[in-house]
Ligand binder design. Structure first.
Ligand code: ZN
Length: 314
């Protein structure tokens, strides 16, 4: 079996308005879906990505206003990395500075990148990458030449790095491409969401809560291939869930031996299944089973507002 790369990353955050402001207005991603948590419909599930929310560009959030803060550590995705076009890193340094967001500059595997926190404590990284198509989503002050293309990849904080490496290499079809200090680098065949670093040293045990990644999802091309994954993973010792219908993809979950929750997610059908491409993210979309509760849900969910969830009118 082989996954071409990351499908999406899902994290727990706090106030939804702070979340949409940061990801859409500071980072310039498109809010591609505003829906509810299917397991807890009184709370939002918000999806951000490129202009269409292509696999490999999607970050999703459960904003839990009164939840405990988590701790980033072993058993989690520690760092979520974004790819920008070559030459765009200085733009992002300036943009973060202008918005009073502190960043650290690091060099790893001969790439310079910047590391910073989102408003709720997630660790984000921006790095220049040649591969990956440019996002077509732009705002007045973020042109497509500098806009985030999607995920560069992620750094996994595993509770058992050797076992996580074995999973990526022997069972998921990633290739080991480098080793530097406390990091091992893997690469998948996609051109976005394709570089995974594993940290070999411990960060201390992580705990789930606000400001931590909940799970990382890997791409599979369709329902049939997903069923093959579901059959294959138990032969390697992993316990998998039944297929769950997430409306925009189907999902199968398993916890890898380093403690990180993995998901296998189908590329289709994508976000245009229930609203037109031009209007992605503008209206609250509900799965059929909650449509009858729309009025109550709309009254309960805190209002969120984005100044510019719309491409510039040329
Ligand atoms: Zn997921």
């Amino acid at each position: 079996m082989q996954s071409v790369g990351i499908h999406h990353i899902t994290a727990i955050v706090g106030d939804p308005q702070e979340n949409v402001h940061f990801y859409s207005e500071i980072l310039g991603l498109r809010l591609v879906k505003k829906t509810v948590n299917f397991d807890d419909p009184g709370t939002y599930h918000l999806y951000f990505g490129d202009e269409a929310g292509h696999p490999g560009t999607i970050i999703t959030f459960f904003p839990w206003i009164n939840a405990y803060k988590g701790r980033i550590g072993d058993g989690q995705v520690g760092v979520t990395a974004y790819a920008v076009p070559e030459g765009a890193l200085s733009f992002w340094k300036n943009r973060l500075t202008q918005n009073d967001i502190h960043f650290d500059t690091v060099v790893r595997f001969e790439e310079e990148s910047i590391l910073f926190n989102d408003p709720h404590g997630l660790i984000l990284e921006i790095v220049e990458r040649k591969e990956g198509k440019k996002s077509e989503w732009e705002m007045d002050d973020i042109s497509t030449d500098v806009a985030i293309k999607g995920f560069a990849g992620a750094t996994l904080f595993s509770g058992a790095p050797n076992k996580t490496m074995n999973l990526l290499e022997e069972h998921m079809g990633l290739e080991k491409v480098g080793e530097e200090g406390e990091y091992i680098r893997y690469r998948s065949i996609a051109d976005i969401g394709n570089v995974i670093d594993i940290k070999l040293t411990t960060t201390g045990r992580g705990s789930m809560g606000v400001g931590t990644v909940h799970h990382i999802a890997w791409r599979t091309k369709d329902d049939n291939e997903q069923l093959e994954w579901q059959k294959y993973l138990p032969t390697a010792g992993y316990q998998v869930t039944p297929v769950q219908d997430r409306n925009y993809f189907n999902a199968v979950y398993f916890r890898e031996f380093g403690g990180i929750l993995f998901e296998i997610a189908t590329d289709p059908p994508g976000f245009a299944i229930d609203e037109p491409k031009e209007q992605l993210g503008e209206h609250l979309m509900l799965p059929a089973r909650y449509e009858g509760y729309r009025q109550q849900l709309e009254a309960t969910l805190p209002p969120i507002h984005i100044e510019k969830n719309r491409r510039n009118e040329k």
